[in-house]
Design a protein around this ligand. Sequence first.
Ligand SMILES: NC(=O)c1ccc[n+]([C@@H]2O[C@H](COP(=O)([O-])OP(=O)(O)OC[C@H]3O[C@@H](n4cnc5c(N)ncnc54)[C@H](O)[C@@H]3O)[C@@H](O)[C@H]2O)c1
Ligand SMILES: C[N+](C)(C)CC=O
Length: 490
Amino acid sequence: MNLQKMLINGEWVHAQSEETRDIINPYNQEVIATAVEGNEQDTRAAIQAAREAFDDGIWSALPANERGEYVYQIGLLIRRDLQELAELETWDTGKTLQESKEDMDDIANVFLYFGGLADKDGGDKIPSPMPDSESKVVREPVGVCGQITPWNYPLLQASWKIAPALAAGNTIIMKPSEITPLTTVKVFELIEEAGIPEGVANLVLGAGATAGAELSENRDIDLISFTGGIETGKTIMQAASHNVKKIALELGGKNPNIVFADADFTTAVDQALNAVFFHAGQVCSAGARLLVEESIHDEFVNALTERTKRIKLGNGFDDDTQSGPLISSEHRDKVEKYVDIGKQEGATLVTGGKRPDDPELQDGFFYLPTIFTNCTSDMRIVQEEVFGPVLTVETFQSQEDAIKLANDTIYGLAGAVWTQDVAKAEFVAERLRLGTVWINDFHPYFAQAPWGGYKQSGIGRELGREGMEEYTEVKHIYRNKKPEPFYWFK
Ligand SMILES: NC(=O)c1ccc[n+]([C@@H]2O[C@H](COP(=O)([O-])OP(=O)(O)OC[C@H]3O[C@@H](n4cnc5c(N)ncnc54)[C@H](O)[C@@H]3O)[C@@H](O)[C@H]2O)c1
Ligand SMILES: C[N+](C)(C)CC=O
């Protein structure tokens, strides 16, 4: 694979330091690509390009429908190259190819959706209380936007930022995770192919502490949009205060999956598996905290454990693989540390809790799907985001009990309620302090609906109309239709 370069002001460039970084396949630790390693200097060059492009108005002053057409075109190009993009994502993250294909389909839809939305909000005329006047509220682009994304859904999370920002008329500097840049680089090739003017969409590659920190601190950036861990989010929030940037944060979760005794048992068991073990649990909205009504606890855990033991780990390119590896050795160490904590806290390890013995998996960062029972809310294993294939199980006896347990967390990203009683489902859903509540399902998200967290899971929303509004400033324009002297000062 060619050296992966940065796109700055319409040029594919090497890092000024000429440093590079190897990109690793987490399935077998093979080097799959080499990327240039940008730093603060390269990021400043990208910011300058984006600033000039914004101030020139080459993008923001285009009619909104024309901007929308460009963004829509990127979606079509992603559909055209879906197979290639999906393969790159699987090389880079280890997730199954089927999952990567579904991600790419979602990503294309995100560009098509925001392309279509670009010219749909022309502002509102509002009834002015002043005589002989006219008042209107319009939305304008925020300006230069820094965007930072994580490694678990590399291109999906990037698409949620790139598409609305461009559709709303902003210029951007995207920095993907340094360990999974491949699909983002490829999409910037498609952005170029779509004909977006030079300097409007810039890509920097490099570490968070250098390239990422420059984006959050630099005073020429008007908005910073970040998806990643809570501690990084706090650092970015502090850095953004230097020039009171707008911030949008999509952070972690420790998401409750509430199963009532009257739920459809087989479906709830099956979906509890998906909820937590999909993509080896490396999902912000993973249902890592199972809350099950006491009367069905034993039966439910037995069925879940039996299914969990059958999960087939392997190469994401093999058709029979159900789950891939963790992203890195460091990340697996973190998961292992949490399993040790769970044991020390007195939770009961029911299955997993170690690396697989299978000789074919020894080169990858694999970890067995793990279940802990006898968990209580005060345990770290219940409260902290493990971001791996680890499920904790708690029990409840009443609706109120379930709601209290589910809300007993600093996070508020997503969660689910399983019951055949619609009134009960709605009652619980309304009381959960979460950005997304699924009833009798887990995981659906799509371009049309907003996504984001309550509490420490984040600030702002991506996707939907709200996701586009994040990238706009609201302006009130008032016109006096009959100006005349006021004579306050005689
Ligand atoms: N809420 C959501 O929608 C959502 C979606 C995906 C992932 N996540 C969260 O992301 C986390 C996992 O991703 P991760 O390990 O890549 O997160 P991370 O915070 O380590 O890194 C995310 C990005 O931030 C950059 N970064 C690191 N330090 C930085 C700094 N000081 N300044 C600026 N940028 C910096 C990294 O280079 C990377 O690009 C989990 O907590 C997960 O819940 C949330
Ligand atoms: C937002 N989502 C679910 C696509 C990825 C979270 O890690």
